[in-house]
Design a binder for this molecule. Structure first.
Ligand SMILES: NC(=O)C1=CN([C@@H]2O[C@H](COP(=O)(O)OP(=O)(O)OC[C@H]3O[C@@H](n4cnc5c(N)ncnc54)[C@H](O)[C@@H]3O)[C@@H](O)[C@H]2O)[C@@H](O)CC1
Ligand SMILES: [K+]
Length: 488
């Protein structure tokens, strides 16, 4: 954002104009979201975030509110645009330690924004705690003070827990990644007049995972097609009593539009599957032979390995055969145990086999696979990107803020998963959807991002009480939501 601001100013929009628009947007949200509030306390910090606070104070007072600004530090040490805006504020200013929380009906947090560089301490930390404890609604300017906008994590112990946040130009990672998203409350994005050229000059670290990102490569069934032209997915089945995971993946690949799906594995497992599946085909194979032949011969367009596979000699052997057959693969679950702390070897297997791979670890599996190779304090976006680069594969780092990262540096963050999607087996469904889309010719990054979005929409369409068994049946509702296409 510093780059965007600088480019906007260089292109002729003054810093004061940007700040006026930013503070004006804050005042607008106050008036709109808290119609009946009259007494507003504005906590203003020493930098430009505080400057936005002074603008909001003036605009709210002009609109008839009672406003008090509580300033961290003294007026004389304000600089630049913030000093200018403080000068234009004619109302009451008190020291931060005297902030009248009991008097206020609404608190505006303009202490620190993008310039926060270290944990809050002393009087700022005390003011943040007092604001949180006051029971008053809090509207944060740009980011809740104390939050690192780049990682979505508080820099120290003290961090504002806001009811709403007004941010400018574009969302920051911290508005979407957790716990930041929860600390922001409702997020309002305001245009403050930064020209498009200024925005384009700063390359975004990541995009929100919305259909606009992958819609153009989403498969459309052709009336001239047949089942194999819609793609064939092979799912490796683990041992009999761990079969549910591979069955969920298989059913979901079909629902995502693959023309045919086959569960492949040893006979005892298939006998269990046979009691459950109808449209999914079954193919008996000795794990020590045949899997690679099957993948090569049967016009298989994508294979899934991991859900319920087990970390056994047989599954390791089958995984090796998968790698040697190439193709598109979704690798999940036990793959991360098999390659525990050996991501270089997994990357080499993917590269040597010429496999187009999507890996879908949750945080625990990610840590198991990567060992200490990725800095754990880095943002979830940066960790997923680092792993994607190391592995030469698309990495889906799962969670309530799932990040999809491509080895080419692109990343997408999902914000559409409901809390109740955290349920046993949901990950197996995600692997299946991704494979179903890969088999229909979608590239890895797009397929993975689309799968994550559909997974979240499917869960939402079903609602609370969802289990992973329900998810494949909810995929059609997610596909309809995509078709109706009102989200961009
Ligand atoms: N042209 C621009 O740059 C614009 C900036 N805007 C606002 O400006 C904000 C960024 O402003 P700044 O870069 O001045 O940064 P901030 O206002 O977030 O804070 C920077 C100030 O806080 C100090 N500081 C950092 N960490 C501290 C800590 N833990 N304890 C005490 N002091 C600390 C810094 O030394 C500096 O004086 C944005 O978040 C946004 O609200 C908007 O007005 C739009 C235009
Ligand atoms: K703030």
């Amino acid at each position: 954002m510093a780059k965007v601001d600088a480019a906007a100013i260089a292109a002729g929009t003054s810093g004061v104009a940007l700040m006026e628009n930013a503070g004006g947007a804050v005042a607008d949200v106050c008036a709109r979201d808290w119609r009946d509030v009259r007494r507003v306390l504005i906590l203003a910090g020493p930098g430009n975030n505080g400057g936005d606070g002074f603008v909001a104070a003036r605009r709210l007072a002009e609109a008839g509110h009672d406003v008090v600004v509580a300033l961290a530090g003294d007026l004389a040490s304000l600089k630049g645009d913030a000093a200018e805006m403080a000068e234009r504020w004619m109302g009451r200013t008190v020291d931060l330690v005297e902030a009248p929380f009991g008097w206020a009906e609404l608190v505006v947090d303009a202490l620190f924004g993008a310039g926060l560089s270290r944990p809050l301490d002393g009087r700022s930390a005390a003011a943040v705690r007092a604001a949180n404890d006051s029971g008053r609604p809090i509207l944060a300017v740009d980011v809740p003070s104390g939050l690192d906008g780049a990682t979505g994590r508080p820099l120290g112990d003290a961090c504002v827990r806001a009811d709403a946040t007004v941010t400018f130009v574009r969302l920051k990672p911290g508005h979407v990644l957790l716990p930041g998203r929860a600390l922001c409350g409702r997020v309002h994005l305001a245009d403050i007049g930064a020209p498009d050229s200024a925005i384009a000059a700063a390359r975004p670290a990541a995009m929100l995972n919305r259909p606009a990102l992958w819609r153009s490569s989403f498969p459309e069934p052709s009336i001239e097609g047949h089942k194999y032209s819609r793609g064939h997915v092979a799912v490796w089945s683990g041992p009999p009593l761990a079969g549910g995971a591979s069955r969920l993946a298989a059913a979901s690949a079909l629902r995502a539009g693959a023309g045919a799906v086959t569960l492949v594995g040893p006979r005892p497992a298939l006998e269990h599957h046979a009691a459950h599946v109808t449209a999914v085909m079954l193919r008996e194979l000795d794990p020590r032979a045949g899997w690679s032949d099957f993948l090569a011969d049967r016009r298989v367009n994508a294979w899934v390995f991991g859900p319920g596979a087990g970390d056994t000699e047989a599954s390791r052997e089958a995984l090796d055969q998968g790698f040697s057959s190439g193709g598109c693969a979704v690798l999940d679950a036990d793959v991360f145990s098999i390659f525990e702390d050996r991501p270089e070897e997994l990357g080499a297997a993917i590269e040597d086999g010429g496999v187009e791979a999507v890996l879908t670890p949750h945080e625990g599996e990610f840590a198991r696979l990567m060992g200490g190779r990725v800095e754990k304090d880095a943002s979830k976006i940066d960790r997923a990107k680092a792993a994607a680069a190391l592995l030469g594969a698309t990495v889906v780092l799962k969670g309530p803020d799932t990040v999809v990262a491509s080895p080419d540096g692109r990343a997408a963050v999902a914000d559409n998963a409901p809390a109740y999607l955290a349920t046993a087996g949901a990950g197996d469904v995600l692997a299946g959807i991704a494979a179903g889309l890969l088999a229909q010719g979608m590239p890895c990054f797009e397929a993975a991002a689309a799968a994550v979005w559909l997974h979240g929409e499917a869960a939402k369409s079903f609602g609370r009480g969802l289990t992973a068994d329900d998810l494949p049946y909810a995929i059609p509702a997610a596909l309809r939501a995509l078709e109706n296409g009102d989200r961009s």
